[in-house]
Design a protein around this ligand. Structure first.
Ligand code: ATP
Ligand code: MG
Length: 438
């Protein structure tokens, strides 16, 4: 992409209502624009990152055996009356009436809808297990939308629902999602830790929130440092292994947010391993048995010929919240520092003397070669000053910036800067291309 053809509306001033780094940076870098409280337009740069995150989430769901589908955003109130949640959900639910005065709502989640779909098609245990998911916009009329896309009202969520014959089978589905989540966050360059979460009336230990550590996080997190390191980038888990032992190993180490915190258990951890921090919830997995299969009478015929209610779980990831979450975890005083896996462009090219035949030639050559290699470069071919170009590139946080200037061109080199480390290297065009694509 050539910058002069792109739409990158940067802000010079930091809007005063943006109090945390990710919100400020997303506005300044022209990623989003607020339309109403908690409702955002995803501008091209933000949209690219959102789609890259969504794709990683999708690939890891597919790898775990979940099947993608798409349910609507607008739902009928009938479904929610059937589960008893129409009243229970309260003012967070956006209620709508259509022209025939029928009660509708903008879906805050999809347990009811998918249980209804499932129960109208599946009759036999032979069709189980099944995990179905979609990636769709949700609406929750949050009391206090804030922190930009991190607590929006309209937000993009991946939600998966598992259907099994027995609680033991449901546990296997839960473990698959647990591992899929570890792998997903690892690919996103995040250290996400699974913390025990409240399970409500069902009880048991089958609910975990996945949190990433950031000072701006809304919840206090207490954890064993070993657990944090165990989930560091570069630790993909193979589904061919024993998933129960992976889950056991992670859940044996202490990690809890405020509500589930046990001060005595925490104090028993050696002091140098004890970590108290703030966290952002980026995912939540839940086993809830027959809570929804009961009201929807979602039964399958078991091997003994008797009908039994299906055992269910649901598993959410905040895709749009992750855009802000990743920035919280990865930025510096000059701007965003994208992990390569989600960067909106693989590299930037800065031409310091647009209009100079030699600089233009080298920049075009780089642009062609990096594009051909699939790196999707952003070429700053504008007539802005060098300083403006450098700070813009730092702000939008692409992994590498390659600068083409008259002096370097004379010596046959360009300068490659690594955004994360700040290291600069003078390289020939061939060597620069090899470094970035190798
Ligand atoms: P929170 O405690 O942050 O309000 P929640 O527990 O109500 O979230 P879930 O119902 O577990 O959220 O939804 C699954 C995921 O969707 C969450 O883990 C989070 O990443 C994301 N999410 C929930 N609410 C919002 C929101 N208002 N804006 C952006 N993402 C959200
Ligand atoms: Mg939650």
């Amino acid at each position: 992409m050539r910058l002069t053809n792109y739409f990158l509306p940067l802000l010079k001033e930091t809007p005063s209502d943006a109090t945390i780094a990710s919100h400020q940076l997303m506005l300044r870098a022209g990623m989003v624009r607020q339309n109403a409280a908690g409702i955002y337009t995803w501008l091209p740069l933000g949209h690219k990152v959102l789609k890259r995150i969504e794709q990683i989430v999708r690939e890891e769901q597919n790898r775990a055996g979940a099947i993608e589908m798409l349910m609507p955003t607008i739902q009928s109130a009938e479904l929610w009356k059937q589960s008893g949640r129409y009243d229970a959900y309260g003012p967070e639910m956006l209620r709508i009436t259509d022209r025939h005065d029928r009660e509708m709502l903008f879906g805050p989640t999809n347990e009811e809808m998918l249980t209804d779909v499932f129960s109208s098609f599946v009759r036999s245990y032979k069709d189980l297990p099944k995990m179905l998911y979609h990636i769709q916009w949700k609406f929750r009329d949050e009391r206090r939308p804030r922190f930009g896309v991190m607590r929006g009202r309209e937000f993009l969520m991946k939600d998966t629902y598992s259907f099994d014959l027995t609680p033991e089978d449901a546990r296997k589905s839960y473990n698959k999602m647990f591992v899929a989540y570890l792998n997903t966050f690892e690919r996103l360059g995040l250290k996400a830790i699974p913390v025990r979460a409240e399970t409500g009336p069902i009880g048991g230990d089958l609910s975990h929130e996945f949190v990433i550590l950031a000072d701006s996080g809304e919840s206090a997190v207490y954890a064993d440092r070993d657990l944090v390191e165990m989930n560091a980038p570069g630790t993909d888990i193979d589904f061919g292994g024993d998933l129960q032992s992976v889950v056991d190993q992670r859940t044996a180490l202490y990690a809890a947010a405020d509500e589930m915190h046990d001060a005595d258990a925490f104090a028993a951890i050696p002091e140098d391993k004890r970590m108290e921090a703030r966290g952002i919830e980026v995912g939540h997995i839940f086993y809830f048995g027959t809570k929804y299969s009961e009201p929807f009478n979602a039964k399958v015929q078991g091997p003994d010929g008797k009908p039994s209610l299906v055992e269910m779980g649901s598993y959410g990831i905040g895709v749009s919240r992750l855009v802000g979450g990743i920035i919280e975890a990865s930025h510096d005083e000059n701007g965003i520092v994208w992990p390569a896996s989600v960067a909106p462009f693989g590299a930037g090219i800065i031409n310091l003397k647009v209009g100079d035949a030699e600089c233009d030639g080298v920049a075009e050559e780089l642009y062609a070669k990096l594009s051909e290699a699939g790196l999707d470069p952003l070429y700053d071919d504008s007539s802005d000053r060098g300083g403006v170009k450098f700070s813009r590139m730092d702000l939008i946080g692409l992994p590498y910036a390659v600068t083409v200037g008259p002096r370097g061109v004379r010596d046959g080199v360009v300068e490659v800067k690594d955004r994360r480390t700040g290291e600069r290297e003078s390289l020939s065009v061939e060597a620069a291309v090899a470094k970035l694509t190798g």
